[in-house]
Design a protein around this ligand. Structure first.
Ligand code: ADP
Length: 446
């Protein structure tokens, strides 16, 4: 990370503040995305399926009834408001819950229904008359494990004796004590200790093994080896192995084949973000105060659903949030020094509409999209550390997936020659025009 030179030029401010921003880990990003995501992501991408036994007919279901689930599980699914299986679930579920358990490697972007699919599988296979562990689900972080547990609780709400056991840091079993609960959800470290070292979990009773967010696991020091050690203890004939990931590069695939040999593979390609349906503008402002005035005017003119405002540094974000707050706006500030649970709280409130404006820096909002956001303001243009146009960040901030995605407005503040160059580069890169908007034009925004 760049160190401050002690001088107080603008460049220094820029570099230091950028440098001390805490990038959330992949696991944290993934958790925050889940906290925000209330609905399925629907995509137009085609599903690709590779079957272990290419001769067996591939079938997909249009309804949950076709799966012959037990009534209390079906009840739980409907109580969650699910009417029909998602795209990936249509094909995955028949393989997952069939009498002859099949192994599966599934890849699709976050929000497409993977968690619901494996939770349903685990619930369909357990015997609740007995509280010995029967399913083992590994998650990369503490928060993600708890989040999965919540889905198990919700979907299993009508199953009376269901018990979840969390194998997480800080949860201790007494010497010789056995883990109790049909479904064990844990991080690899603690789960390995319980299974391999303390023998609190008997691997021979495990019927389903789930590896969630495998791509994040692979990037976390130690997780891969711990997972392999747990995996070694499981009965390869009797246990069903399931592997889920949002990405699918060679390394993830090699790991998948180690954990789930001869698997069925289902892939749903990620739909790229596009700028279609997004009206983009640039507004020229000399300094922060002018930017602020422009922002206030735009906000007053547009009937904005919710807005996200991106600043380059934590200091600017803080300044802006405070100024807006003192002018009577109800704003939330998402800033880099917060831990993951505080960030989650802020994002959750925002998603629930408790605040209509979210001020943030790029680093901590990476990969987060809130459906109801209709206005994105680049208070500072997205730039890389060496101050070049950052195209990837630009499209992440304002782009939408799905051809039928909602429309939105994106406003870019341009304050000097360098900004002008950057916004031109962005326009060229995405082959779109980003017209200049003057103070008098704000009424045309609607
Ligand atoms: P992923 O694990 O791929 O990120 P999730 O299983 O968490 O996806 O699903 C994303 C969101 O969609 C969640 O809010 C979940 O409750 C919801 N969801 C999942 N499956 C369905 C379905 N069949 N119908 C409606 N909503 C669903």
């Amino acid at each position: 990370k760049p160190a401050s030179t002690g001088k107080n030029s603008e460049q220094d401010e820029f570099t230091t503040s950028y440098g001390d921003e805490q990038t959330p880990t992949q696991g944290d990003q993934s958790f925050l995305r889940k906290v925000l995501r209330q609905k399925l992501v629907t995509t137009q991408s085609e599903l690709e399926v590779q079957q272990r036994d290419p001769n067996s007919p591939l079938y997909s279901v249009r309804s949950f009834e076709e799966l012959n689930l037990r009534p209390e599980l079906l009840k739980g699914i409907y109580q969650m408001g699910f009417n029909r299986p998602s795209k990936i679930q249509e094909t995955a579920l028949p393989m997952l819950v069939s009498q002859q358990p099949q192994n599966l490697i599934a890849q699709s972007q976050s929000g497409t229904g993977k968690t619901a699919a494996f939770v349903l599988t685990m619930l369909s296979r357990i015997d609740t008359r007995d509280d010995t562990p029967q399913c083992l689900c590994l998650s990369p972080t503490f928060e993600l494990a708890l989040q999965t547990g919540k889905v198990v609780e919700a979907m299993g709400a009508a199953m009376p004796d269901l018990k979840i056991c969390y194998a997480l840091k800080g949860i201790r079993l007494g010497r010789g004590e056995k883990a109790r609960g049909q479904i064990v959800i844990g991080t690899p470290g603690t789960t390995m200790d319980w299974t391999v070292k303390h023998k609190s979990i008997d691997p021979s009773t495990i019927k389903v093994f789930v590896l969630d967010e495998a791509d994040v696991m692979i990037d976390t020091q130690g997780h891969k080896d711990q997972t392999i050690r747990i995996h070694k203890t499981l009965d390869k004939e009797k246990c069903q192995f399931l592997f889920f990931s949002a990405t699918y590069d060679d390394e993830v695939m090699r790991f998948a084949e180690k954990i789930v040999p001869h698997a069925n593979i289902i892939q749903l390609k990620r739909e790229e973000e596009t700028l279609t349906n997004i009206k983009q503008y640039q507004v020229h402002c000399r300094d922060m105060d002018q930017k602020y005035d422009a922002l206030a005017n735009i906000y007053a003119t547009l009937s904005v659903g919710q807005a996200v405002i991106f600043c380059h540094t934590r200091n600017t974000a803080k300044w802006l949030a405070e100024k807006m707050h003192s002018d009577g706006y109800i704003v939330a500030l998402l800033s880099g020094e917060l831990d993951v649970s505080s960030r989650a709280k802020i994002l959750k409130r925002f998603r629930e509409g408790k605040e209509r404006v979210l001020v943030t820096t790029n680093v901590c909002a990476r990969g987060i999209d809130v459906e109801q956001v209709t206005l994105v303001v680049n208070f500072d243009l997205p730039m890389t550390k060496d101050r070049h146009a950052d195209f990837e960040t630009y499209i992440h901030r304002i782009g939408r997936t799905g051809r039928f995605g909602k429309s939105g407005v994106a406003i870019n503040f341009v304050s000097d020659r360098h900004d002008e160059k950057i916004i031109n580069k962005i326009g060229d890169h995405f082959c779109c025009s980003i017209p200049v908007l003057d103070a008098g034009d704000y009424d045309d925004l609607e």
